[in-house]
Ligand binder design. Structure first.
Ligand SMILES: [Zn+2]
Length: 401
Protein backbone atom coordinates (compact mmCIF):
# COMPACT_ATOMS: atom_id res chain seq x y z
CA UNK A 1 0.00 0.00 0.00
CA UNK A 2 1.30 3.45 -0.92
CA UNK A 3 1.10 5.80 2.08
CA UNK A 4 1.33 8.95 -0.06
CA UNK A 5 -1.92 10.05 -1.83
CA UNK A 6 -0.05 12.75 -3.78
CA UNK A 7 1.37 10.06 -6.08
CA UNK A 8 -2.13 9.95 -7.60
CA UNK A 9 -1.53 13.40 -9.03
CA UNK A 10 1.65 12.86 -11.03
CA UNK A 11 1.44 9.63 -12.99
CA UNK A 12 4.87 8.18 -13.72
CA UNK A 13 6.64 10.34 -11.11
CA UNK A 14 7.33 10.30 -7.41
CA UNK A 15 8.42 12.88 -4.87
CA UNK A 16 12.13 13.23 -4.39
CA UNK A 17 12.20 16.19 -1.98
CA UNK A 18 10.53 19.51 -1.32
CA UNK A 19 11.40 22.98 -0.05
CA UNK A 20 9.31 25.63 1.53
CA UNK A 21 10.51 28.75 -0.32
CA UNK A 22 8.35 31.25 1.55
CA UNK A 23 5.64 31.29 4.21
CA UNK A 24 3.02 30.22 1.68
CA UNK A 25 4.93 28.53 -1.16
CA UNK A 26 6.35 25.07 -1.75
CA UNK A 27 8.53 23.62 -4.46
CA UNK A 28 8.31 19.86 -4.87
CA UNK A 29 11.07 18.03 -6.76
CA UNK A 30 9.80 15.04 -8.69
CA UNK A 31 11.72 12.12 -10.15
CA UNK A 32 10.59 9.48 -12.63
CA UNK A 33 9.21 6.26 -11.13
CA UNK A 34 11.60 3.35 -11.59
CA UNK A 35 9.12 1.59 -13.91
CA UNK A 36 8.27 4.68 -15.99
CA UNK A 37 7.35 4.01 -19.64
CA UNK A 38 8.42 6.70 -22.10
CA UNK A 39 6.35 7.95 -25.03
CA UNK A 40 6.88 10.46 -27.79
CA UNK A 41 4.82 13.59 -27.19
CA UNK A 42 4.24 14.05 -30.88
CA UNK A 43 3.00 10.62 -32.05
CA UNK A 44 2.40 8.98 -28.63
CA UNK A 45 4.37 5.91 -29.64
CA UNK A 46 6.51 4.35 -26.92
CA UNK A 47 10.17 5.27 -27.25
CA UNK A 48 13.58 4.92 -25.64
CA UNK A 49 14.62 7.54 -23.21
CA UNK A 50 17.68 9.55 -24.22
CA UNK A 51 20.22 10.74 -21.71
CA UNK A 52 19.35 14.39 -21.51
CA UNK A 53 16.66 15.79 -19.28
CA UNK A 54 15.70 19.32 -18.43
CA UNK A 55 14.00 20.48 -15.27
CA UNK A 56 10.82 22.45 -15.79
CA UNK A 57 9.18 24.45 -13.06
CA UNK A 58 5.46 23.88 -13.30
CA UNK A 59 2.59 25.43 -11.34
CA UNK A 60 0.34 22.95 -9.50
CA UNK A 61 -2.88 23.55 -7.60
CA UNK A 62 -2.55 24.71 -4.02
CA UNK A 63 -2.09 22.18 -1.26
CA UNK A 64 -3.71 23.52 1.92
CA UNK A 65 -2.37 27.02 2.49
CA UNK A 66 0.58 26.55 0.10
CA UNK A 67 1.00 27.65 -3.46
CA UNK A 68 2.80 24.79 -5.14
CA UNK A 69 5.38 24.53 -7.90
CA UNK A 70 6.83 21.28 -9.21
CA UNK A 71 10.33 20.75 -10.56
CA UNK A 72 9.71 18.13 -13.22
CA UNK A 73 12.59 16.41 -15.02
CA UNK A 74 11.37 16.13 -18.60
CA UNK A 75 13.28 13.63 -20.71
CA UNK A 76 13.95 13.58 -24.42
CA UNK A 77 13.16 10.37 -26.20
CA UNK A 78 14.44 8.85 -29.43
CA UNK A 79 11.25 8.22 -31.38
CA UNK A 80 11.62 5.82 -34.32
CA UNK A 81 9.15 7.94 -36.34
CA UNK A 82 9.85 11.49 -35.24
CA UNK A 83 13.46 11.46 -34.13
CA UNK A 84 14.47 13.17 -30.89
CA UNK A 85 11.40 14.52 -29.15
CA UNK A 86 10.17 15.57 -25.74
CA UNK A 87 8.50 12.81 -23.75
CA UNK A 88 4.77 12.84 -23.18
CA UNK A 89 3.62 13.48 -19.61
CA UNK A 90 -0.08 12.76 -19.26
CA UNK A 91 -0.78 15.50 -16.71
CA UNK A 92 1.14 18.29 -18.48
CA UNK A 93 -0.62 20.22 -21.25
CA UNK A 94 1.48 21.45 -24.18
CA UNK A 95 3.01 24.90 -24.05
CA UNK A 96 1.79 25.80 -20.56
CA UNK A 97 3.87 25.97 -17.44
CA UNK A 98 1.14 24.44 -15.32
CA UNK A 99 -0.42 21.04 -14.70
CA UNK A 100 -3.62 20.00 -16.41
CA UNK A 101 -5.54 20.11 -13.14
CA UNK A 102 -4.35 23.68 -12.49
CA UNK A 103 -5.42 24.62 -16.02
CA UNK A 104 -8.87 23.03 -15.50
CA UNK A 105 -9.20 24.98 -12.27
CA UNK A 106 -8.61 28.22 -14.20
CA UNK A 107 -11.20 27.11 -16.75
CA UNK A 108 -13.76 26.73 -13.95
CA UNK A 109 -12.92 30.07 -12.33
CA UNK A 110 -12.99 32.11 -15.51
CA UNK A 111 -16.54 30.96 -16.22
CA UNK A 112 -17.61 32.50 -12.93
CA UNK A 113 -15.60 35.70 -12.66
CA UNK A 114 -13.77 38.28 -14.76
CA UNK A 115 -10.41 37.37 -16.29
CA UNK A 116 -8.63 40.03 -14.21
CA UNK A 117 -9.99 38.52 -10.96
CA UNK A 118 -8.83 35.03 -11.89
CA UNK A 119 -5.40 36.42 -12.74
CA UNK A 120 -5.16 38.12 -9.35
CA UNK A 121 -6.45 35.09 -7.46
CA UNK A 122 -4.11 32.58 -9.08
CA UNK A 123 -1.08 34.73 -9.79
CA UNK A 124 -1.21 33.72 -13.46
CA UNK A 125 -0.86 36.49 -16.06
CA UNK A 126 -4.22 37.65 -17.43
CA UNK A 127 -3.02 36.97 -20.93
CA UNK A 128 -2.55 33.29 -20.05
CA UNK A 129 -5.92 33.13 -18.26
CA UNK A 130 -7.62 34.56 -21.33
CA UNK A 131 -5.77 32.17 -23.65
CA UNK A 132 -6.90 29.19 -21.55
CA UNK A 133 -10.50 30.40 -21.63
CA UNK A 134 -10.27 31.04 -25.37
CA UNK A 135 -9.03 27.50 -26.02
CA UNK A 136 -11.81 26.02 -23.88
CA UNK A 137 -14.45 28.02 -25.77
CA UNK A 138 -12.99 26.91 -29.11
CA UNK A 139 -12.95 23.30 -27.97
CA UNK A 140 -16.54 23.34 -26.70
CA UNK A 141 -17.95 25.34 -29.60
CA UNK A 142 -20.66 23.51 -31.54
CA UNK A 143 -22.04 24.41 -34.94
CA UNK A 144 -25.74 25.34 -34.45
CA UNK A 145 -28.36 23.29 -36.23
CA UNK A 146 -29.84 24.96 -39.32
CA UNK A 147 -32.69 22.54 -39.72
CA UNK A 148 -36.22 23.42 -38.61
CA UNK A 149 -35.55 27.09 -37.97
CA UNK A 150 -38.76 29.11 -38.21
CA UNK A 151 -38.53 32.24 -36.14
CA UNK A 152 -35.46 34.37 -35.60
CA UNK A 153 -34.51 37.35 -33.48
CA UNK A 154 -31.90 39.80 -34.79
CA UNK A 155 -30.43 42.36 -32.50
CA UNK A 156 -27.46 44.65 -32.27
CA UNK A 157 -25.33 45.76 -29.37
CA UNK A 158 -22.47 48.19 -28.85
CA UNK A 159 -18.93 46.86 -28.81
CA UNK A 160 -16.31 48.03 -26.36
CA UNK A 161 -15.69 51.47 -27.77
CA UNK A 162 -19.38 52.27 -27.96
CA UNK A 163 -19.48 53.53 -31.52
CA UNK A 164 -18.89 50.18 -33.16
CA UNK A 165 -21.62 47.56 -33.22
CA UNK A 166 -22.18 43.85 -33.54
CA UNK A 167 -25.24 41.87 -34.60
CA UNK A 168 -26.57 38.65 -33.12
CA UNK A 169 -29.08 36.22 -34.59
CA UNK A 170 -30.99 33.95 -32.22
CA UNK A 171 -33.43 31.10 -32.74
CA UNK A 172 -36.58 32.56 -31.13
CA UNK A 173 -37.94 29.12 -30.29
CA UNK A 174 -35.10 27.85 -28.13
CA UNK A 175 -32.99 30.98 -27.66
CA UNK A 176 -29.90 29.43 -29.14
CA UNK A 177 -27.47 31.94 -30.54
CA UNK A 178 -26.96 31.11 -34.21
CA UNK A 179 -24.58 33.79 -35.33
CA UNK A 180 -22.71 36.85 -34.16
CA UNK A 181 -20.69 39.27 -36.27
CA UNK A 182 -19.25 42.75 -36.33
CA UNK A 183 -21.29 45.61 -37.78
CA UNK A 184 -24.99 46.25 -38.26
CA UNK A 185 -25.30 47.08 -41.94
CA UNK A 186 -26.95 44.92 -44.59
CA UNK A 187 -23.56 43.70 -45.75
CA UNK A 188 -22.53 42.93 -42.18
CA UNK A 189 -25.37 40.44 -41.65
CA UNK A 190 -25.15 38.86 -45.11
CA UNK A 191 -22.74 36.12 -43.99
CA UNK A 192 -25.44 34.83 -41.66
CA UNK A 193 -27.85 34.21 -44.54
CA UNK A 194 -25.08 32.65 -46.60
CA UNK A 195 -24.37 30.29 -43.71
CA UNK A 196 -28.08 29.51 -43.40
CA UNK A 197 -28.36 28.55 -47.06
CA UNK A 198 -31.19 28.98 -49.57
CA UNK A 199 -33.33 26.10 -48.34
CA UNK A 200 -33.29 27.06 -44.66
CA UNK A 201 -33.88 30.72 -45.60
CA UNK A 202 -37.15 29.80 -47.31
CA UNK A 203 -38.41 28.10 -44.15
CA UNK A 204 -38.10 31.22 -42.04
CA UNK A 205 -41.55 32.57 -41.11
CA UNK A 206 -40.77 35.59 -38.97
CA UNK A 207 -37.78 37.68 -37.93
CA UNK A 208 -38.03 40.02 -34.97
CA UNK A 209 -35.83 43.11 -34.84
CA UNK A 210 -35.54 46.73 -33.85
CA UNK A 211 -37.04 49.39 -36.07
CA UNK A 212 -34.57 51.80 -37.70
CA UNK A 213 -32.17 49.26 -39.09
CA UNK A 214 -31.43 48.25 -42.64
CA UNK A 215 -31.57 44.61 -41.62
CA UNK A 216 -35.23 44.26 -42.61
CA UNK A 217 -34.25 44.75 -46.26
CA UNK A 218 -31.61 42.06 -46.03
CA UNK A 219 -34.13 39.68 -44.42
CA UNK A 220 -36.67 40.29 -47.19
CA UNK A 221 -33.96 39.77 -49.78
CA UNK A 222 -32.98 36.29 -48.54
CA UNK A 223 -36.11 35.01 -46.79
CA UNK A 224 -39.02 35.73 -49.08
CA UNK A 225 -41.52 33.92 -46.84
CA UNK A 226 -40.53 35.75 -43.70
CA UNK A 227 -42.42 38.55 -42.06
CA UNK A 228 -40.48 41.23 -40.24
CA UNK A 229 -41.75 41.82 -36.70
CA UNK A 230 -40.79 44.87 -34.65
CA UNK A 231 -40.56 43.87 -31.09
CA UNK A 232 -42.17 45.52 -28.11
CA UNK A 233 -39.00 45.79 -26.09
CA UNK A 234 -37.23 48.12 -28.51
CA UNK A 235 -40.26 50.24 -29.41
CA UNK A 236 -41.30 50.86 -25.82
CA UNK A 237 -37.71 51.59 -24.78
CA UNK A 238 -37.51 54.10 -27.63
CA UNK A 239 -40.79 55.71 -26.61
CA UNK A 240 -39.40 55.99 -23.09
CA UNK A 241 -36.24 57.72 -24.27
CA UNK A 242 -37.68 59.95 -26.97
CA UNK A 243 -41.07 60.88 -25.53
CA UNK A 244 -41.40 60.24 -21.78
CA UNK A 245 -37.92 61.46 -20.97
CA UNK A 246 -38.16 64.45 -23.33
CA UNK A 247 -41.43 65.53 -21.68
CA UNK A 248 -39.91 65.02 -18.22
CA UNK A 249 -37.02 67.35 -19.04
CA UNK A 250 -39.34 69.95 -20.62
CA UNK A 251 -41.62 69.89 -17.61
CA UNK A 252 -38.72 70.26 -15.20
CA UNK A 253 -37.47 73.27 -17.16
CA UNK A 254 -40.89 74.91 -16.95
CA UNK A 255 -40.73 74.70 -13.15
CA UNK A 256 -37.73 77.00 -12.97
CA UNK A 257 -39.29 79.02 -10.13
CA UNK A 258 -40.59 76.03 -8.17
CA UNK A 259 -37.37 74.43 -6.97
CA UNK A 260 -38.86 71.54 -4.92
CA UNK A 261 -41.31 70.61 -7.71
CA UNK A 262 -38.51 70.77 -10.27
CA UNK A 263 -36.30 68.53 -8.18
CA UNK A 264 -39.00 65.87 -7.90
CA UNK A 265 -39.45 65.70 -11.68
CA UNK A 266 -35.73 65.78 -12.38
CA UNK A 267 -35.21 62.81 -10.12
CA UNK A 268 -38.11 60.81 -11.52
CA UNK A 269 -36.34 59.50 -14.64
CA UNK A 270 -35.88 55.98 -13.38
CA UNK A 271 -39.36 55.89 -11.88
CA UNK A 272 -40.93 56.78 -15.21
CA UNK A 273 -38.89 54.48 -17.42
CA UNK A 274 -39.02 51.44 -15.20
CA UNK A 275 -41.67 48.82 -15.85
CA UNK A 276 -44.53 49.59 -13.42
CA UNK A 277 -44.70 45.93 -12.37
CA UNK A 278 -41.16 46.14 -11.02
CA UNK A 279 -41.81 49.05 -8.66
CA UNK A 280 -41.97 48.63 -4.90
CA UNK A 281 -45.14 49.77 -3.10
CA UNK A 282 -43.75 53.15 -2.01
CA UNK A 283 -42.27 53.78 -5.46
CA UNK A 284 -45.66 53.07 -7.05
CA UNK A 285 -47.27 55.65 -4.75
CA UNK A 286 -44.52 58.16 -5.58
CA UNK A 287 -45.19 57.59 -9.29
CA UNK A 288 -48.94 58.05 -8.84
CA UNK A 289 -48.42 61.35 -7.03
CA UNK A 290 -46.06 62.58 -9.70
CA UNK A 291 -48.43 61.71 -12.54
CA UNK A 292 -51.44 63.25 -10.80
CA UNK A 293 -49.56 66.51 -10.34
CA UNK A 294 -48.43 66.68 -13.97
CA UNK A 295 -50.91 66.32 -16.81
CA UNK A 296 -48.35 65.99 -19.64
CA UNK A 297 -46.39 63.31 -17.88
CA UNK A 298 -49.63 61.48 -17.13
CA UNK A 299 -50.59 61.58 -20.81
CA UNK A 300 -47.31 60.20 -22.13
CA UNK A 301 -47.21 57.59 -19.38
CA UNK A 302 -50.67 56.34 -20.36
CA UNK A 303 -49.61 56.40 -24.03
CA UNK A 304 -46.64 54.21 -23.19
CA UNK A 305 -48.85 51.71 -21.37
CA UNK A 306 -51.38 51.65 -24.19
CA UNK A 307 -48.65 51.19 -26.75
CA UNK A 308 -47.74 47.87 -25.13
CA UNK A 309 -51.30 46.64 -25.65
CA UNK A 310 -50.73 46.59 -29.42
CA UNK A 311 -48.41 43.63 -29.04
CA UNK A 312 -50.89 41.57 -27.06
CA UNK A 313 -53.79 41.82 -29.51
CA UNK A 314 -55.46 38.43 -30.13
CA UNK A 315 -55.55 39.01 -33.91
CA UNK A 316 -54.00 41.27 -36.49
CA UNK A 317 -57.36 42.97 -37.08
CA UNK A 318 -57.61 43.76 -33.38
CA UNK A 319 -53.99 45.01 -33.40
CA UNK A 320 -54.91 47.41 -36.22
CA UNK A 321 -57.96 48.62 -34.31
CA UNK A 322 -55.82 49.24 -31.22
CA UNK A 323 -53.28 51.06 -33.36
CA UNK A 324 -55.91 53.45 -34.74
CA UNK A 325 -57.09 54.18 -31.21
CA UNK A 326 -53.55 54.76 -29.97
CA UNK A 327 -52.61 56.87 -32.95
CA UNK A 328 -55.69 59.07 -32.40
CA UNK A 329 -54.77 59.51 -28.73
CA UNK A 330 -51.19 60.42 -29.53
CA UNK A 331 -52.11 62.89 -32.28
CA UNK A 332 -54.71 64.67 -30.12
CA UNK A 333 -52.42 64.81 -27.05
CA UNK A 334 -50.96 68.15 -28.09
CA UNK A 335 -47.55 66.88 -26.99
CA UNK A 336 -45.03 67.35 -29.80
CA UNK A 337 -42.62 64.48 -29.02
CA UNK A 338 -45.58 62.07 -28.84
CA UNK A 339 -47.02 63.33 -32.13
CA UNK A 340 -43.67 62.99 -33.91
CA UNK A 341 -43.16 59.52 -32.52
CA UNK A 342 -46.62 58.38 -33.62
CA UNK A 343 -46.08 59.71 -37.15
CA UNK A 344 -42.80 57.87 -37.47
CA UNK A 345 -44.20 54.67 -35.99
CA UNK A 346 -46.95 54.66 -38.61
CA UNK A 347 -44.36 53.74 -41.25
CA UNK A 348 -43.61 50.53 -39.37
CA UNK A 349 -47.20 49.50 -38.79
CA UNK A 350 -47.12 46.21 -40.66
CA UNK A 351 -44.17 45.00 -38.58
CA UNK A 352 -45.99 45.95 -35.40
CA UNK A 353 -49.33 44.31 -36.11
CA UNK A 354 -47.44 41.20 -37.30
CA UNK A 355 -46.64 40.54 -33.67
CA UNK A 356 -50.27 39.50 -33.15
CA UNK A 357 -49.61 36.55 -35.47
CA UNK A 358 -45.95 35.84 -34.63
CA UNK A 359 -45.62 36.07 -30.91
CA UNK A 360 -42.07 36.63 -29.83
CA UNK A 361 -41.36 36.91 -26.20
CA UNK A 362 -39.59 40.21 -25.76
CA UNK A 363 -38.31 39.32 -22.32
CA UNK A 364 -35.93 37.06 -24.23
CA UNK A 365 -34.39 40.10 -25.89
CA UNK A 366 -34.27 42.06 -22.68
CA UNK A 367 -32.57 39.14 -20.93
CA UNK A 368 -30.07 38.75 -23.76
CA UNK A 369 -29.15 42.40 -23.67
CA UNK A 370 -28.45 42.20 -19.97
CA UNK A 371 -26.42 39.02 -20.27
CA UNK A 372 -24.26 40.51 -23.04
CA UNK A 373 -23.59 43.53 -20.83
CA UNK A 374 -22.40 41.26 -18.04
CA UNK A 375 -20.09 39.34 -20.42
CA UNK A 376 -18.71 42.62 -21.69
CA UNK A 377 -17.86 43.63 -18.13
CA UNK A 378 -16.28 40.25 -17.40
CA UNK A 379 -14.07 40.45 -20.48
CA UNK A 380 -13.40 44.13 -19.99
CA UNK A 381 -10.02 45.34 -21.07
CA UNK A 382 -9.48 42.75 -23.80
CA UNK A 383 -10.54 44.31 -27.05
CA UNK A 384 -10.67 40.99 -28.75
CA UNK A 385 -13.91 40.44 -30.62
CA UNK A 386 -13.05 36.85 -31.41
CA UNK A 387 -12.88 36.04 -27.72
CA UNK A 388 -15.89 38.20 -26.85
CA UNK A 389 -18.05 36.56 -29.52
CA UNK A 390 -17.07 33.07 -28.37
CA UNK A 391 -18.06 34.06 -24.83
CA UNK A 392 -21.44 35.28 -26.09
CA UNK A 393 -22.04 32.12 -28.12
CA UNK A 394 -21.29 29.97 -25.11
CA UNK A 395 -23.74 32.00 -23.00
CA UNK A 396 -26.69 31.17 -25.29
CA UNK A 397 -26.49 27.45 -26.02
CA UNK A 398 -30.27 27.20 -26.46
CA UNK A 399 -32.84 25.67 -24.19
CA UNK A 400 -33.71 22.01 -24.56
CA UNK A 401 -37.44 21.73 -25.02
ZN1 LIG B 1 7.00 10.23 -32.41
Amino acid sequence: MNPNPLTLLWEGFEIQSYQQISSDSLVIQLQPSPNRQYHCRHCLQSAYQMHDRSIRRIRERDIGPFKVWLDVPVARVACSRCGPRTERISWLPDRLRMTRSFMLWIEVLVQKMPVAHVARLTGVHWHTVKAIDYQRLKREQREPDRQGLKRLIMDEFALFKGHRYATVVVNADNQQLLWVGEGRSRAAVRPFFEWLGVEACEQIEAVAMDMNTAMDLEVQHHCRNARVVYDLFHVVAKFGREVVDRVRVDQANQLRHDKPGRKIIKRARWLLLRNANNLKAEQAIQLQELLQANQSLMTVYVLKDQLKELWFAPSEAEAKRRWREWYGMAMSSGIQPAIQFAKRLKGYLSGITASAVYRLNTSVLEGMNNKIKVIKRMAYGYRDNDYFFLKIKAAFPGKVR
